[in-house]
Ligand binder design. Sequence first.
Ligand code: ACO
Length: 429
Amino acid sequence: MTEEAAAEGTLSVTDSRTGRSYQLPIIDGAIRTLDLRQIKVDADDFGLMGYDPAFQNTASCRSDITYIDGDKGILRYRGYPIEELAGRRNFLEVSHLLLTGELPSPEEQRDWVAEITNHTFIHESIKKFIDGFHHDAHPMGMLVSAVGALSTFYPEAKQVQDPEVRHRQIVRLIAKMPTIAAFAYRHAMGLYYAYPDDELSYTGNFLNMMWRATELKYRPDPILERALDVLLILHADHEQNCSTSTMRLVGSSQADPYSSMSAACAALYGPLHGGANEQVLRMLRTVGTVGNIPDYIQRVKQGEFRLMGFGHRVYKNFDPRAQLIKKVAEQVFEVTGRSPLLDIALEIERIALEDDYFVSHKLYPNVDFYSGIIYLAMGIPVEMFPVLFAIGRTPGWLAHWEEGLLDPEQKIGRPRQLYVGPAQRHLES
Ligand code: ACO
């Protein structure tokens, strides 16, 4: 926001310590916390700060990428409702939208697909790098490392102020993520690496690199190919979540995009974020049978553990992605057969949605509640779930990284703290 932007009102603040009053401009429904700094007890006072652990009520940037209304269950990318995009567009079109602000024209889409397809191969040395991991290495650990390692292959990526250089790295990252992901999987399975097939779609090629065995040409099931594409669209962006904020924060130091995205992948790895779908599956397996659900729910309510796949920092009524994904699940199960875990999941959902604890805490299924069951039905192992999330989130991370870099208001990110440790003390002589 430029300084000329008109304030829509002011916040009157009176400091009871001094009796002085202040008028803080309100712009776009926010005050600038830096405006609080003028509020001092005396000239030596540092000035008032805002204290907001976990950034629950602090906007760290202005963004025109994704809009969420958590209470109404609204999610829009660049203004388009997620329901329309997931129903009528593919992942690469949505990536173009997130990155440039507009859906591609047919010509732009042709060029964009060609550009991405042209960069799907990874350097043979990255393959060797993946080879170096232990056979039971978690694929997310391999992804975090391999994405970071890409920066050593493309040293030009450091030139983050150059738009052409930035564009090349964006294309490389979107193109290579499925390849790294599939290679990490095949390494864990002890299988040969299946190279990209330029004739397949983005998701069709990913399935090819995951599953190709002895056939000369892998032909993905069109329903599974489309289902995966929809899942990637649903995960493509979610404004300032933990991993995206990490991407922006690391990017604000002008680190190259590979290093920044490696950090974003690491943030996504945590069980409270992208690791949640993996945890959902483990939870469903622990529950084991529909009969065990009431006891399990009781233990959740007693605070023993959380119901994974439930609750969201932003969505407090429903997660629109969860509703879309439920439909995708039905289509997938028509191809793969119904998973018994789905019955457990549906029963947990039914009980939880009627239970006072979950209703009063506004806990609803989030996107991860179903995505894991779908992936499992497709034959994708649990450890790969957050990796798939990362492939989907890549264009969102990159759009935010670039937006942050181009925002004249942004500087290197550096929060304040409230120091609560000991006052000055001295070593005994
Ligand atoms: N099961 C049981 N209780 C829960 C759950 C849950 N899944 N989630 C929150 N609560 C309870 C908390 O115990 C707390 O209760 P209290 O007020 O009585 O102490 C209250 O709800 C608020 O919880 P917070 O942790 O403060 O809520 P927050 O908004 O910080 O957390 C989060 C959001 C992390 C997603 C949380 O709901 C959770 O841990 N869910 C399970 C993990 C999960 O599914 N994560 C995926 C998130 S979506 C994504 O990353 C794509």
